[in-house]
Structures are given as structure tokens and as C-alpha cells.
Ligand binder design. Structure first.
Ligand code: NAP
Length: 309
């Protein structure tokens, strides 16, 4: 590890408290010195109301980690990059593909690290699955990513507003895994988006994709599911069936479980952020977000009953 970087965290809500703060505390490569949040404070650091106040008050800060919803990601990331900070983005990296690409260019122009994280790619099953699939012939892929929105997003209004992604907020996790493990690129051919009459974003979606070899890649996302979550990806190959379940915690080949390392998604993200800063490089892969954007572009919108928050 080459040195320690000072860090500020922005948007102290559910994911910041559940995952980021413990992961940062356990990583000697980062020293959390500040936070910016309108309604929350972090113990033992300097607290600011918003990112502009944080940037003004912390001229020596090395990096920020942005954990607010995607609709404000671009403005926050741009301000941080312009102030000379390295920036880590929660997923999704933005509310649109074009703003993420603009951030990548800005980071390169300012010679700062931009890390667009995809935490599900650090799930234990993902790299073993990628290794097993490398060089194999994929025949079909089936993704089922279903959960109860009221359990996983209680009271969150931003998910139903434009840019909030709706069911693609969890669904993009599956797409981040699929685009990592498959040997070929995935392209979207059609989609159906089920949008509650009182919401701007879908509560369920089906995506029909193919890989560049022509294998069908079908994804079903549903927020009206429960009580047990279904976060599964099946990949049929010429050599057998690879199955990821529990969001990437489990892997099986032809039904036989594969032994995996323990879960450490956010620990791995902060290790990678440190490595990227130390090596003066970036990591911005927009492919999962582009598939979601394509689904909004070509998808058939079907109005369904109001969500009734
Ligand atoms: P959240 O708790 O609703 O939001 C995080 C915090 O962002 C809020 O507490 C709020 O803090 C701040 N914020 C909200 N709206 C804002 C606005 N318009 N301007 C500035 N700050 C705003 O959401 P979350 O569940 O933590 O999710 C945040 C991001 O993490 C999302 O992109 C999500 O996809 C991702 N994520 C979430 C989970 C999860 O399990 N929840 C898992 C992985 C990734 P203040 O009011 O104090 O400013």
C-alpha cells in the first residue's frame, strides 16, 4: 500500500452507513476526515451541509466518495473533480450515460482518478464465474432479479423520480455482473417496462438481449416479489450450466456448489479505489448503464396499477 489518502463522504444515508463507513474504517489506505450531508452527521469527522461547503472547507482533501442518489451525482462529481479531488461514484455512476462520459473526460483532463463502482462485480462468485466462462460457448443466459421494493427501499422517493431508475436500481447490479462475466458483449434488442401510473420509473421490466455470438440473454426484474429475494443468473454453455445465486454470493456448475471466498464487496471497492489513485488511472465502465438507457430507449412502456406510497 502506497500511503494513505484523506477522504470525504457525501450523502450519508443507507448505503453510506451500511457499507461505506465500515469499509473505510477497516482500510488503512484511507483516512475519513469529513462528511457532507444535509440531514446527517458522521462521528469524529468535520461535518458540512453539502459538497460545496466541504470542498471550500477542505482544500487539502485527497478524495471524495459520493453516496447520494444518482440524480445529483454529476453535479457533485464535477464540483469535486474541478476542486482537484479523486472521486469514487456509487452505482449507478450517473442519471445518464452522457454525463458519466463527460465526467470521465473531465477526470482525465484534470489528471484525477474517477472510479465508477459496481459493487456486485466484487461479489464472491463473479471472478470465478468469469474465469470458468472464458473461452466457453454460451448458449443462453437467464437473469431473474426480483425483490420486494418495500423491504429494500422503504420511503425512498428518488427511485420513482426521473433518473431514479426504478427497478433498474437493483437490476443494474445484475447487468454489471453479466457484462463482467460473459465472454462476449451484450446488446439490447427489446424491453417491456411496467410503470405504475403514479411513478416515473418502472416497477418491473423484461429485457431481451443477445450476445455478439447471437446467444439470447433474457433478464426479468421485478420489485413486486417476496418475501424471499431472487437474485439469480443462469448461463447455459456447451459444457454445462453455470448458476449464480444470492446476488453473487453463491456459484454452482451443473448444480454442484463451487467453494468461494467470503463476501467483501465494499472492502474490495475501497482497495481498488486506493490502487487506482496510487497508479494514477481510472475505471469507468458505462456498459451496465448503457443497457438500462437502451431499455428506456426501445422499451415498450406498459402502465400498471399505482404504487401508492
Ligand atoms: P438514500 O439513503 O435514500 O440516500 C443517501 C443520502 O443521499 C440521503 O440520506 C441524503 O442525505 C442524500 N441525498 C438524497 N437526495 C439528495 C439530493 N437531492 N441532493 C443531495 N443529497 C441527497 O439512498 P441509498 O440507499 O443510500 O442509495 C444511495 C446510492 O447508493 C444509490 O445510487 C443506490 O443505488 C446506491 N446503493 C444503495 C444500496 C442500498 O442497499 N440501499 C446498495 C448499493 C448501492 P442528506 O439528506 O443528509 O443530504
Amino acid at each position: 500500500m502506497q500511503g494513505s489518502f484523506t477522504l470525504g463522504i457525501v450523502g450519508v444515508g443507507k448505503i453510506a452507513r451500511d457499507q461505506h463507513l465500515p469499509a473505510i474504517a477497516a482500510n488503512p489506505g484511507f483516512q475519513l476526515v469529513a462528511s457532507a450531508s444535509r440531514n446527517a452527521q458522521v462521528d469524529n469527522v468535520r461535518n458540512y451541509h453539502d459538497i460545496d461547503a466541504l470542498l471550500a472547507g477542505e482544500p487539502e482533501l485527497d478524495a471524495v466518495s459520493l453516496c447520494a442518489p444518482p440524480q445529483v451525482r454529476y453535479a457533485q462529481a464535477r464540483a469535486a473533480l474541478m476542486a482537484g479531488k479523486h472521486v469514487m461514484l456509487e452505482k449507478p455512476p450517473g442519471a445518464s450515460v452522457s454525463e458519466v462520459e463527460a465526467l470521465r473526460d473531465l477526470a482525465r483532463e484534470h489528471k484525477r482518478t474517477l472510479f465508477a463502482t459496481w459493487h456486485s462485480r466484487c461479489a464472491s462468485a463473479v471472478e470465478p464465474a468469469r474465469a470458468w466462462l472464458a473461452g466457453r460457448t454460451v448458449r443462453a443466459v437467464h437473469v431473474r432479479w426480483k425483490e420486494d421494493v418495500r423491504r429494500w427501499h422503504p420511503g425512498q422517493q428518488w427511485i420513482w423520480e426521473p433518473g431514479g431508475l426504478g427497478v433498474f436500481d437493483p437490476g443494474i447490479n445484475a447487468l454489471s455482473i453479466v457484462t463482467r462475466i460473459l465472454p462476449r458483449e451484450v446488446l439490447l434488442r427489446g424491453a417491456t417496462l411496467h410503470v405504475p401510473s403514479d411513478c416515473a420509473t418502472p416497477i418491473a421490466a423484461e429485457l431481451d438481449c443477445i450476445d455478439t455470438g447471437g446467444a439470447p440473454v433474457r433478464a426479468e426484474f421485478d420489485w413486486r416479489h417476496g418475501p424471499v429475494e431472487q437474485w439469480e443468473i443462469d448461463v447455459e454453455t456447451a459444457d454445462g450450466l453455470l448458476s449464480i445465486s444470492e446476488g453473487g454470493k453463491r456459484l454452482a456448475i451443473d448444480g454442484k456448489p463451487v467453494a468461494l471466498e467470503g463476501e467483501r464487496e465494499y472492502a474490495a471497492l475501497y482497495e481498488r479505489f486506493h490502487w487506482l489513485i496510487a497508479h494514477e488511472t481510472d475505471d469507468v465502465d458505462v456498459r451496465p448503464l448503457r443497457l438500462v438507457a437502451d431499455a428506456f430507449l426501445v422499451g415498450k412502456h406498459v402502465q400498471v396499477e399505482p404504487f401508492g406510497q
